[in-house]
Design a protein around this ligand. Structure first.
Ligand code: ARG
Ligand code: GLU
Length: 703
């Protein structure tokens, strides 16, 4: 009796303890987590992480581009991010003659660093809870539309007042399904230059075979530098700009990590849905993911075949291919995790308990039942929507038609429009290989016609009619559309009848048919159901916070800056298998195989290894490469700094393990692990492999 009591107590304790690794915390509220963090080994204070009075670690973190994170590592604006975050920029600088994706790139000095038009980095200046101000403008009698309009109006006022007289930008973001609101003030730098990148055989080692997997040996990093104009302020690219002087940059620890060590990840996770209803989770794991996986698998098959036949095509499609493959693989892990952990049933069980509790709270009674009903009603539209995105708009020629239409619909004269189409076209054709697009189109359209109910098939004129064989439709489309042919489109652009001609173009016609069908027959239904769902979630979320008063809640990720902390830890992916927390260069050598593209490492790395030429980055006779921990991360956390208990940089976050990718919907402390690059491997590659010791000299290395 006593023993079982003890066991139960112990069980509860470990649950409470490990549960706590779940969470993406708002930096300005981190004080509330500090006691728990310190108990787990953290040695800094809340002010060290986030402060508006002094330089702190948040000032050394940027959102890199629109979907990654980066961190400052020198007083000259040097930033680290992932190789896959820099990938499209590295690709843009690459050609057959100078292929930086293949061979890597290292600027020997400042003047060799390469500008990247369009790339920005964003610092968080400060954030404030503005819930009170917004709620003042709202009342219970407002309709949803009135409420949204009021929120938009006051948010606009708050944001513009916050940045008045400054060069900052600001945005108000809703948290907890519109129960709370925070103002975020940002400073955005626009001159970001490429400094260094290893060859893909290091930076993307293991490719899509190893992606989302542990054990991992990918050297997934690249280096950029922020440049500033006069007064260290943001400025458009100019050769007169100087390296940015940061308020704060990370010092780098080469002491490494051990199992059980505290780690903290500070970055910009994109989107999670931790409070999702069971019915929505069922749809994701049993319907949506399987279909989307199939569609992407078909595209990948075509791409891979053509890429392996031709080096130019390989460069053209490398970035697109990686993007298609990334979600394709993630969705598989996610669906599998949801199934094997019985998450749909568990969530349904939670909903039952919630409803039992809500019997005494009329404002919350019956919410989960209603949500379930609404989700069932949305299923057919959601399905059509998924196919619209993954089987229609994913055809490059149709997507391009959409972009051109976007330009035509804007205000402006003929010349402005034709110029902007011309510059779009230049970018588009640089990476376009028509046979890939055409073969994919045939496969995707067949799936569409087979799986999407007929009531969602739009009418198309003449040769494009969906009654014809898909092969014939494709022949007609790709033979006759100007968009499939660079020269033909070029001729159109300089023709005064451009707009008339484009509007009769088969790609335009096809896009228009699907687009307007979607706009008229799918979207309105989906939007109106989603509106009802959103309203219910707002109460449901509030209800959950009352239902579980002792629980520490965190808002779903929404691309705002977050802190997540946990510990270095291996895991058990399968019965009888235990994974260690750390991988080493030995594993790279085990995987090395010149016959397999993903595993063919550069000869120089082989030589460094066989000569045991590890320099000062060696640890226990080897070079550590990657490690895993229980930090709760998501897409967007790529490139995030991974710091130890003292706030020193020990790694760069870049991935999660396959068995744990359902953490965007349900975090499981036994299986969810983030994967980080060990900073010592990064330093080893920069120093010994690339011979770019001048970059190391800029950094602050602590022992
Ligand atoms: N899975 C990582 C992330 O979600 C890395 C993706 C890039 N690598 C790739 N092989 N596609 O972004
Ligand atoms: N690779 C992801 C990214 O680009 C991070 C992995 C994840 O989704 O956790 O943000």
């Amino acid at each position: 009796m006593k023993r079982s009591f003890l066991l139960v107590a112990l069980f509860l304790l470990t649950v409470a303890f490990s549960r706590a690794d779940e969470g993406m915390w708002l930096p300005s509220l981190i004080k509330e987590r500090i006691p728990d963090m310190q108990m787990k080994g953290f040695r800094l204070t809340a002010e060290d992480l986030y402060s508006i009075n002094q330089a702190c670690l948040k000032d050394a973190i940027v959102q890199f581009g629109s979907g990654c994170t980066g961190e400052l590592i020198s007083d000259k604006g040097l930033i680290l991010t992932n190789h896959h975050c820099g990938y499209s920029y590295i690709q843009a600088h690459s050609s057959l003659e100078e292929d930086y994706l293949k061979d890597g790139f290292w600027a020997g000095n400042l003047s060799e660093e390469l500008p990247n038009p369009g790339l920005t980095v964003k610092f968080l200046v400060r954030m404030d809870d503005v819930t009170g101000i917004i709620n003042n403008e709202l009342s219970d009698t407002m309709s949803e539309a009135e409420r949204n309009a009021a929120i938009a109006k006051i948010s606009h006022t708050i944001a513009s007042e916050a940045v008045k007289g400054t060069h900052y930008s600001a945005k108000v973001e809703a948290m907890y399904y519109g129960n709370q609101f925070f103002l975020f003030v940002y400073e955005i730098y626009k001159d970001i230059r490429l400094v260094g990148a290893p060859p893909s055989s290091i930076g993307k080692f293991g490719g899509d075979t190893d992606n989302w997997m542990w054990p991992r040996h990918t050297g997934d990093f690249s280096i950029f530098r922020i440049y500033a104009g006069p007064g260290n302020k943001p400025a458009a690219y100019s050769k007169d700009n100087l390296p940015y002087k940061p308020k704060k940059f990370f010092s780098i620890s080469v002491n490494g990590v051990n199992e059980g060590d505290f780690t903290l990840v500070y970055g910009f996770p994109g989107r999670t849905q931790e409070y999702l209803h069971s019915e929505a989770i069922r749809y994701v794991s049993e319907v949506s993911n399987p279909h989307k996986i199939n569609l992407r698998g078909l595209r990948l098959g075509v791409q891979q075949k053509e890429m392996s036949n031709d080096r130019t095509v390989r460069i053209q499609y490398s970035s697109k291919n990686a993007n298609v493959a990334n979600a394709w693989k993630k969705w598989q892990g996610e669906a599998k995790g949801i199934k094997s952990l019985n998450i749909v049933l568990k969530r349904a069980d939670y909903e039952k308990r919630f409803e039992k509790w809500a019997e005494e709270y009329p404002q919350y009674r019956g919410i989960t039942g209603k949500l379930g009903e609404l989700y069932k009603q949305t299923e057919s539209c959601s399905f059509a929507n998924d196919y619209y995105n993954e089987a229609i708009i994913s055809n490059e020629i149709l997507k391009f038609a959409e972009q051109i239409k976007g330009v035509l619909s804007k205000k402006g004269d003929f010349f402005t429009k034709s110029n902007s189409i011309a510059s779009m076209a230049e970018k588009y054709y640089k990476d376009y290989y028509m046979p890939i697009d055409k073969q994919s189109f045939i496969l995707l359209m067949k799936e569409y016609l087979k799986n999407v109910p007929e009531k969602f098939h739009p009418n198309l004129p003449g040769e494009l009619s969906l009654e014809n064989s898909v092969e014939n439709i494709a022949d007609y489309l790709f033979k006759n559309s100007a968009l499939a042919d660079k020269q033909k489109l070029h001729n159109y652009i300089h023709d005064s009848l451009m707009i008339v001609k484009l509007n009769q173009d088969p790609a335009f016609l096809m896009h228009e048919a699907f687009f307007s069908f979607h706009r008229n027959n799918v979207k309105p239904m989906l939007d109106s159901l989603n509106k009802e769902i959103t309203i219910l979630y707002r109460s449901y979320m509030r209800g959950q916070m009352e239902f579980e008063r002792e629980k520490a809640f965190y808002p779903d990720a929404n691309l705002t800056l977050r802190i997540t902390y946990g510990k270095v830890s291996g895991y058990r992916p399968l019965d009888a298998v235990k994974y260690k927390h750390l991988s080493t260069i030995e594993g790279i050598m085990e995987k090395d195989n010149p016959e397999i593209f993903d595993y063919d490492i550069p000869q120089r790395l082989r030589d460094l290894y066989s000569d045991w030429n590890f320099g000062r980055w060696e640890s226990n006779g080897t070079i550590p490469v990657c490690f895993i921990a229980t930090n709760h991360t998501s897409g967007g956390n790529s490139g995030s700094p991974v710091i130890n208990a003292d706030g020193d940089l020990v790694g760069i976050n870049f991935d999660r393990v396959w068995e744990g990718t359902m953490s965007d919907i349900a975090f499981n402390p036994d299986l969810c692990r983030n994967i980080s690059l060990d900073i010592r491997y990064v330093l080893f590659i920069i120093d010994k492999f690339a011979g770019a010791g001048h970059l190391i000299d800029e950094m602050e290395i602590v022992k």
